[in-house]
Write a protein that binds this ligand. Sequence first.
Ligand code: MG
Length: 461
Amino acid sequence: MTKLFGTNGIRGVVNDDMNTELALGIGTAWGTYLKKNIRRPKVAIGTDARLSNHMLKNAVTAGLLSTGCDVVDIGLVPTPTLQYTVKKKDFDSGVIITASHNPPQFNGIKGVANDGIEFSKEQEEAIEEIYFKKNYSLSNWENVGRFSTWNNAIDLYLKGILSNVDVDLIRKQKFHVVLDCGNGAGSLVTPTLLKKLGCRITSLYCEPDGRFPGRNSEPLPENLRDIMKTVVETNADLGAAQDGDADRAIFIDENGTYLYGDKTLSLVGKHITEEKKGGVTVTPVTTSSSFEEVVKENGGEVVYTQVGSPIVARVMIEKKAVFGGEENGGLIFPEMQYCRDSAMSIAKILEILAKEKTTLSQLIAEIPHYELHKTKISCPNNKKETAMKKLVEQVRDNKDITKIDKTDGVKLYLENGWVLMRPSGTEPIFRIYSESKDKKQAETLASTYKKIVEEIIQNLK
Ligand code: MG
């Protein structure tokens, strides 16, 4: 079966593979799926700032209504705001029209279950099956869904964040923050949040604009030069940049240095496990060992998962975790909600700074440093599984390997670091990640295992 849902919902180029016909079909399949277990499902729908937001939102809405689901439009909101609303207001499901950090010509549809977490793989497969078989159950004329709007989602969300941090403590510090919303959905929320936290704000690209005129929506170092420069020029305490749908945040220290997501994850993990005197934390196998090091120092534990924030979130619930997240700036705070939340991350970082009464660069300097190296190899999709099996067979007796972890791909732990070979879910490639305290060592690990996997793939032909 064709897979519509990728790791983060369905995405495509507008009016090409992401069109109203698909959106209508998905809305109808979604409604059919919900109606199987719920007599009168209530669904919240929202969008990011893209130009095609209304076009796709209305098509999905029409599909949902046709099956007898009631739809409440909560407007232009960050993805975590939609997720929080679904959880807090007892919706049966939620839909967000977003393509996250993708270029402006893209858009997408992402589904959320009644707990606010992205649909599981099983739920997505069930919806796909209905869609491809056109097994729709349409309601009769008098039972079609009702449509309404609700304008308080952002207020509700802001209140949630403010109730989960020490507002008075943060306000006393009068932080100066350079905020870069990248013209995304964060523009609707984050400036207000920072004002409520008593911050002085220097804004960059904090007007929602689906053309993304300010910068590329993905908060990579090369796209955040303006904020790095502005933090230094304005003598700010820090910078915070969000991606297009504001579930991820990247921070810039007071010297204008870009902080990779694993640093932030480790910093927050360190402080939360210190506060809670341990606890379980959850993160994918791709995360830096620095996270495990700081968590273990505080008597905490790390549970590793496959890549994908919904997977992390569901394991967090299962293990009653105190914190979790990904190394891409997606942090999950269970006291707020089980999904990546950039505005909550910003508030939390400010709280940590206020408590520690020192600079962000100083706090980051206390996090153990590891060098991460990434590369990739092409491999046809139908050969991925065999290639991984062969790799495990080949390295099994290697004395240098201390542990083999097959949570997602194959992760080999060695004396001086680890290397992970992971098949991409969407492209015919393997991603290779390696990490070591020493940069050269990380590169050597990656190139050594790249060669080994390349040879295995060649011999499969
Ligand atoms: Mg995103």
